[in-house]
Each structure stands twice: as structure tokens, then as C-alpha cells.
Design a protein around this ligand. Structure first.
Ligand code: COI
Length: 377
């Protein structure tokens, strides 16, 4: 369970596992107001009534786990996260099943990835058990915020920040872990309609030995300017090439990318240390193998994409992530070129993989891989 490294000081004196104190909100939204939000949640716009906080110091380790009313953090202006960006986050979803029960998907994978991100950002590691417990605590107080309309969910956002007031550049001695939750519909406004993607050749998301494999705010901050260029070019997301040679496809601003070759092969860029190891990515590869497809993790070039579309070898392209689920990609645009048709219909394999994944997540298919964890019991 522990992935302690030499930079890990998290377990020094922590009580393990943590127990959570609850201060209920006295001003939680009324049912009617909540229902109005859940009827059209959008993505990342509304937040539930409570949040989780766990403090960490070098001397005490993790301590003072609590669930409190949702509200602003009080941060000293000298907090190191505000200056040096020592921050990591995760994203996972709570799904309501037809019988009303609430489940999440492979939370231990998010917990382990957060431990790896923490190691890279010189932050303390939270145990898998405490991570999962923090999610359960959110659902215990705000379970009514898990929507029940098709393909909606409660998006859970655990994050960790360095909140020591100190301007020297070193790993902070004081850290906070938090969980907030936000009811979610489709990440892209047009749902599963194919999106256009902008190829960034001016900017990289990650470099060799950098933080590309970590889920840290800095990676996303670096993607925002190229993401604006994507919008300016009528595209929904930006695609990055590897920072070293600028020839291989890495990933989108916030999602992994897959190519279907013919009807039986799925190809995705291999993990190089600069690509985020997506939980959805891993699950899609498993579902593809289950249906007899060959899965290749390897380098993919833009030329291969262009030639593959031209020859008909590449039949479908899609993006995937917790927020995006599985989203078809219709076209890649770059400076002076376009690959694929903007109005191409979503591919059959893309839609079938999306359907199977969401059927498992929403309890409509048996959980044959043991991916689900019940949150409300
Ligand atoms: C997720 O898919 O959970 C992410 O963190 C991506 C983010 C850009 C919304």
C-alpha cells in the first residue's frame, strides 16, 4: 500500500488510519435549490455543502482530519503554494446506480497516483486507505448531491497544497489535503459529439525528467496558453507532442489519446514519464483486451496519424479521461493542415468502449474486474 520514498516524511507520527471530525453546515442548500443545480450541473461550476481537510506537518504527520462546511481557505500570503506551485490534485467520480446506491471507480488507482505525484512534488503521501476514507466522508455528508440523470455524476476533486508561510525554495513543512465535490454533466458542451483538436507545435506540456507524469497544477497552467490557441482555432482541446523531439504524440491538455486501427487494434502513446497515467486510459485498454482487441502502447507520430487516416488504416481517434470519459476526436488541426473530417461521425468502437465503461460505472453491467467501491455503506 505504501509507496514511501526517501522524500516521504508523511507517516512519521500520523495516527493511522485517520478518524474524521464532522462540523455540519448550518447553511446547506435547500432540496429545491440543489435539485435545480443537479438538473443542469455543467462541469465544475457548482460545489456541494461540505469539504474535507487534513493537515500535515513535518512534526505531526497527517492529523486533524475533518469535514466542515464548504468555504474559502485562509492562506497566509507567504504560503509556498502561491509562490512555487507545490500542488497536486486528483479527479474521480461518484456514480448513482439505479437502486440509489453510490459507487466510485478504482479509487485506489487515484490514491496511488496521488502518492506518485506527491513524491515528485516533494509533498507528503497520504495512505490509500485515508484517501478512500476522505471520499467516503464526503459522500456521507453530501451524498444527496450525487445526481441520478443519465451520464451525470459527482466529480470529486482531492488536492494537496503547501501552506507553510516561508519564501525559501524548499519542500514545505506544512501541507493541507482537501476534497471538494462538484456535480457534473458532460465535460464538453456537445456531449459525445466528435471534437476538433489543435496541435501545439509552439509549446510543450512536459519535458524529460519534468513533472509530466504527475497530476500537478503546473502542468495544467502550462497548457492554458496553447489551450487558448486551440479555442482561437475552433478546437476544443490542445494536443501536445513530446518535449524532447517534438515528433511523438504525448497527450491532450487534460486527457489521454487513443487510435483505432482497422477493427481490432487499439494504439495509445506509451508512458514515457511525461504522460499522465490515466485511470480511464488503463481501463479502456483492459476493456479492449477483453473484447479480443490488440492493444499497443508505443510511440505515435503526427505523420502516422495523417497517413493512417489517408489510407483508412486509422479508423477512429478518441480522447479519454475521468472528466471527458471517452470523447471522439473528429479532426486534428495544426498550422496549415487538417487531418480527418470535422463532421465525421463518432466511431463504433469508440462508442462501444464508452458504453461498456459507463455501463460498468453506473452498475448496468457486472463489475467483472472488481473496479467499483461502494461509497454510501
Ligand atoms: C480529469 O479528467 O479528472 C481531469 O483531471 C482533467 C481535468 C482537466 C478536468
Amino acid at each position: 500500500m505504501s509507496t514511501a520514498t526517501s522524500t516521504d516524511t508523511s507517516t512519521a507520527t500520523s495516527t493511522y488510519p485517520l478518524s474524521f471530525a464532522l462540523t455540519p453546515s448550518t447553511d446547506a442548500r435547500a432540496e429545491a435549490e440543489r435539485d435545480e443545480i443537479l438538473a443542469d450541473p455543467g462541469f465544475g461550476k457548482h460545489f456541494t455543502d461540505h469539504m474535507v481537510t487534513i493537515d500535515w506537518t513535518v512534526d505531526q504527520g497527517w492529523h486533524d482530519a475533518r469535514v466542515t462546511p464548504y468555504g474559502p481557505l485562509q492562506l497566509d500570503p507567504a504560503s509556498s503554494v502561491l509562490h512555487y506551485g507545490q500542488e497536486i490534485f486528483e479527479g474521480l467520480k461518484a456514480y448513482r446506480h439505479a437502486d440509489g446506491s453510490i459507487w466510485t471507480f478504482r479509487p485506489e488507482k487515484n490514491a496511488e497516483r496521488m502518492q506518485r505525484s506527491a513524491a515528485r512534488l516533494a509533498l507528503p503521501q497520504l495512505s490509500v486507505e485515508d484517501f478512500v476514507q476522505s471520499i467516503k466522508q464526503m459522500i456521507a455528508v453530501d451524498g444527496d448531491w450525487v445526481p441520478s440523470a443519465p451520464e451525470t455524476s459527482l466529480y470529486l476533486r482531492p488536492f494537496m497544497i503547501a501552506n507553510e508561510s516561508f519564501l525559501g525554495v524548499r519542500a514545505a513543512h506544512r501541507v493541507g489535503y482537501y476534497v471538494i465535490a462538484s456535480p457534473a454533466g458532460a465535460y464538453f458542451a456537445d456531449g459525445v459529439a466528435p471534437v476538433k483538436i489543435w496541435l501545439s507545435t509552439d509549446y510543450s506540456r512536459a519535458g524529460r525528467g519534468g513533472t509530466g507524469a504527475a497530476k500537478c497544477g503546473g502542468n495544467y497552467a502550462a497548457s492554458l496558453l496553447p489551450q487558448m490557441q486551440a479555442y482561437d482555432n475552433g478546437c476544443a482541446q490542445v494536443l501536445f507532442l513530446d518535449g524532447e523531439t517534438g515528433t511523438h504524440i504525448d497527450e491532450l491538455g487534460g486527457m489521454n489519446v487513443f487510435f483505432v486501427h482497422g477493427t481490432d487494434t487499439l494504439v495509445t502513446p506509451r508512458l514515457t514519464g511525461s504522460i499522465l497515467e490515466g485511470v480511464t486510459r488503463d481501463s479502456i485498454m483492459q476493456l479492449a483486451r477483453d473484447r479480443g482487441m490488440t492493444v499497443e502502447e508505443r510511440e505515435v507520430t503526427v505523420d502516422e496519424w495523417r497517413d493512417g487516416i489517408a489510407s483508412g488504416e486509422i479508423t477512429e481517434v478518441f480522447a479519454c479521461g475521468t472528466a471527458a470519459v471517452v470523447t471522439p476526436i473528429g479532426q486534428l488541426k495544426g498550422k496549415g493542415f487538417e487531418i480527418g473530417e470535422a463532421d465525421a461521425p463518432a466511431g463504433a468502437i469508440t462508442l462501444a468502449l464508452r458504453q461498456e465503461l459507463t455501463d460498468i460505472q453506473y452498475g448496468r453491467l457486472p463489475d467483472r474486474h472488481g473496479w467499483l467501491t461502494r461509497l454510501d455503506a
